[in-house]
Design a protein around this ligand. Structure first.
Ligand SMILES: *[C@@H]1O[C@H](CO)[C@@H](O)[C@H](O)[C@H]1NC(C)=O
Ligand SMILES: *[C@@H]1O[C@H](CO)[C@@H](O)[C@H](O)[C@H]1NC(C)=O
Length: 357
C-alpha cells in the first residue's frame, strides 16, 4: 500500500470516529436544538467569565512578576554592597599589615643610622682630644684608648648587622587561592521560581502557634499605641498603623520600630498594593482620604493622596482594583481612584458592619 493511500484510510477512520454520534439535523426537534443552543450559550458565558478573570489575573501576575524582578534586582545590589564591604575590610586589613611591616623596617634602619652617627661623633671627639692636648696625661690617654676600642667593636657589630639587612624592600604576593575560588563561581546567587497559591481553601483552620509582645512605642508618641492594621513587606519588614498617635510605623525583621511617618488624622485601615507599596485610609468628618506610601531603604516615603466625598474606613486591593468601605457603602475604584461603581449600600445601619472585608 502506498503512503498516500494509507493516509487516506487513516483520515477516513478518524472521520468516522468523530462522526459516530452524529445525528442528522433534520432528525432533531426545534426544541432540542434550542435547548442545546441555550446550554452552549451558558457554557460560553461561563467560559467567557473565566477567561476574563484569567486575563485579569494574568495582568496582575505580570505586575507581581515585575515587582518580584525589581525586588530580586535590589537584593542582588544589596548583596553586592555586602560583598564590597567585606572586600573593603579585607583590603584595609592587608594595608594595615603592610603599614606594620613598613614601619618596623623603617624604624630599624633609622636606629642603625643613629648608631652609626653616634659612633662617628665618638671618633671625632677622640681625634679632638689628640689635637687639643699636645701633651695629654696618661690617664686621659688611657680613657680615650679604652673608649675608642669599645666604639670600634660597636662599629664593627653595627656594620655587620647592616650588611646582613642591606637595602630592604617590600613586595606584595597576592593569595592565589583567593582569586581562584572567586573565578570558580558563575554567579553570586541563584533564583527560585515560586508559584504563590492565591486562592486558599476557605475551610482552612488558622491556629495561633506563638505570641510575643514587642514595644512599638516611639519617644514622641503622646498616647497609648492603638494598632489598627498591619502589612508585611518583602525582606520581612512590617508596617503598622497607630490610630491613637496618627502614625504609620515601620518595623524591621526584629520587630523594632526603625522609622515612622505622621499622618494628618487617625488612620483606619491599610492594604498592600505591591511588595513595597501600601494604601491607607483616613477619615476626617464626612470626607475621606487614601494615601499611598512606599518603603525604600528602611524609610517611609509618602506617595499620591486621593480625596473622597465619603468616609474611608476599610480598604482592600484585589485584581487591579481598590475596594473602599465607608460606614455604610462599599465602592470599587480603579488604582488611580476613579469610581467604577458603588457595590453595596446599607442605609439602615450606622457604621457598624461595613468596616472590614
Ligand atoms: C663608645 O664607648 C663608650 C665607652 O664604652 C660608651 O660609653 C659609648 O656609648 C660608646 N659610643 C657609642 C656611640 O656606642
Ligand atoms: C447607631 O449608633 C448608635 C451609637 O453608636 C447606636 O446606639 C445605635 O443603636 C445605632 N443604630 C443602628 C441602627 O445600628
Amino acid at each position: 500500500m502506498c503512503i498516500a493511500k494509507l493516509r487516506l484510510l487513516l483520515k477516513t477512520v478518524l472521520y468516522c470516529r468523530q462522526c459516530a454520534k452524529l445525528v442528522l439535523i433534520k432528525e432533531k426537534s426545534t426544541e432540542e436544538i434550542l435547548d442545546e443552543f441555550h446550554q452552549i450559550s451558558t457554557t460560553i458565558a461561563e467560559c467567557e467569565q473565566n477567561l476574563e478573570t484569567a486575563i485579569g489575573d494574568a495582568y496582575n501576575w505580570l505586575k507581581t512578576l515585575q515587582d518580584s524582578y525589581e525586588e530580586a534586582n535590589g537584593e542582588i545590589k544589596d548583596f553586592r554592597t555586602k560583598i564590597n564591604n567585606i572586600f573593603d575590610e579585607l583590603e584595609k586589613k592587608t594595608i594595615n599589615s603592610l603599614d606594620d611591616m613598613y614601619d618596623t623596617i623603617k624604624k630599624s634602619i633609622q636606629l642603625e643610622l643613629e648608631t652609626c652617627s653616634r659612633i662617628q661623633d665618638e671618633f671625632k671627639r677622640f681625634k679632638d682630644v689628640h689635637k687639643i692636648k699636645e701633651n695629654p696625661s696618661n690617664e686621659l690617654v688611657f680613657v680615650a684608648y679604652q673608649t675608642s676600642l669599645d666604639n670600634i667593636s660597636q662599629a664593627k657589630i653595627i656594620l655587620k648587622e647592616m650588611a646582613v639587612n642591606a637595602n630592604p624592600t617590600i613586595s606584595f604576593e597576592n593569595n592565589p587561592d583567593f582569586e581562584q575560588s572567586l573565578i570558580r563561581f558563575s554567579s553570586i546567587g541563584n533564583f527560585k521560581r515560586e508559584v504563590k497559591q492565591l486562592k486558599k481553601s476557605t475551610n482552612e483552620l488558622i491556629k495561633c502557634s506563638n505570641k510575643v509582645l514587642y514595644n512599638v512605642r516611639v519617644p514622641s508618641d503622646s498616647r497609648k499605641c492603638d494598632i489598627r492594621s498591619i502589612c508585611e513587606l518583602p525582606k520581612r519588614e512590617i508596617l503598622i498603623l497607630d490610630y491613637a498617635n496618627s502614625r504609620v510605623k515601620l518595623l524591621n525583621k526584629q520587630y523594632k520600630v526603625v522609622s515612622h511617618a505622621d499622618l494628618p488624622e487617625s488612620p483606619y485601615d491599610m492594604c498592600s498594593i505591591s511588595p513595597s507599596e501600601v494604601a491607607i485610609t483616613i477619615t476626617d468628618g464626612q470626607k475621606g482620604t487614601v494615601k499611598f506610601l512606599s518603603v525604600n531603604n528602611g524609610q517611609i516615603v509618602t506617595g499620591r493622596t486621593f480625596s473622597f466625598e465619603h468616609k474611608c474606613h476599610g480598604i482592600a486591593h484585589a485584581e487591579g482594583h481598590l475596594y473602599i468601605a465607608s460606614c455604610t457603602e462599599l465602592y470599587q475604584y480603579t488604582m488611580d481612584c476613579t469610581l467604577v461603581k458603588k457595590i453595596y449600600e446599607d442605609s439602615s445601619d450606622n457604621c457598624s458592619g461595613m468596616f472590614e472585608f
